[in-house]
Ligand binder design. Structure first.
Ligand code: URA
Length: 285
């Protein structure tokens, strides 16, 4: 399949997963676009100029005489649909089950090729607290559940120390798929995956969010600050307090950070006990 065909097929598959019974959307998204795209690719290879009329949209495209480059409009339209169309739709999904189904089938970034399975979330969909980590590790990739390895066991103990059981929180990650060899998430992967996280946040609608580690904090705060700096303050994420603390995996390497993490979680406890939505952004630590 050509790249264009793959992009369009992916988009159509997402729409089907989203529950549409007729796989059709805006002008330019009909099957005939696919046929035209493929035929343009073939003609472009022979250095011909072609014009395509696509439903309500008229897209001119000319092949470079030098070779196989198709002038941009049709390419751009298809790429945009594959990139942005699904994002808008992810953000419009009405329930967590369907969001998980779309996440399970996601191919928005290269990690789908190396994952065993995506790791959507664990815990309660009506939780007061949402915990956001970085990305699945090996155990998570094998089981499909977040934070089940050594870092996860430490997370459970930390949460329990402030009276939060795993079933009382909603746990997920910035990335739903494991990066090979647990490398850091790339900016492109974070961008591709963050609509799922944003939608999880709006569907669960927790009273308070805890960002575990730099990637979660930077993603949720759209910031580029150090963890140390971000920890100093209780932030806000769409009207609810957001507490930044160390990632449990970092605590395994640096046990000296367990105490400050526990203090951050004490702050979480206090905010919950005070009624999280009423808590002003303030400084601590
Ligand atoms: N680290 C994370 O950030 N998330 C997991 O699910 C496991 C380890």
């Amino acid at each position: 399949m050509s790249d264009r065909a793959r992009l369009l097929a992916e988009h159509l598959r997402h729409r089907r997963l989203l529950g549409e019974t007729e796989v059709f959307c805006e002008p330019g998204m009909r099957e005939d676009i696919l046929t035209r795209a493929e035929s343009l690719t073939r003609k472009a290879g022979r250095g011909q100029a072609t014009e395509a009329v696509t439903g309500a949209a008229r897209v001119s495209t000319a092949a470079s005489t030098a070779g196989s480059t198709i002038a941009a409009p049709l390419d751009r339209e298809l790429e945009r649909l594959a990139r942005e169309g699904p994002t808008a739709e992810i953000l419009g999904i009405e329930d967590l089950e369907r969001l998980k189904a779309v996440s399970d089938a996601c191919t928005r970034c290269g990690l789908h090729a190396t994952r065993t399975r995506p790791v959507f979330a664990d815990g309660s969909s009506t939780a007061r607290v949402m915990c956001v980590g970085e990305a699945p590790g090996q155990k998570e990739d094998e089981t499909g559940l977040p934070f089940v390895g050594r870092a996860g066991q430490l997370l459970d103990r930390l949460l329990a120390s402030v009276g939060l059981g795993r079933s009382e929180v909603f746990i997920c990650n910035v990335l739903k798929c494991r990066p090979p060899a647990n490398r850091n998430p790339s900016p492109e992967e974070i961008e591709s995956c963050s609509p799922f996280l944003r939608r999880q946040l709006s569907l669960v609608d927790p009273e308070l969010v805890i960002a575990f580690g730099t990637f979660a904090a930077r993603t949720l705060l759209n910031a580029n600050e150090s963890l140390g700096r971000m920890r100093r303050q209780v932030h806000q994420y769409e009207g609810r307090p957001l507490v930044v603390t160390y990632h449990p995996a970092a605590l395994l390497r640096n046990p000296g950070w367990i105490r400050p993490t526990w203090e951050d979680l004490q702050r979480v406890r206090e905010i919950l006990d005070d009624g999280a939505r009423a808590a002003p952004g303030d400084n601590h630590g």
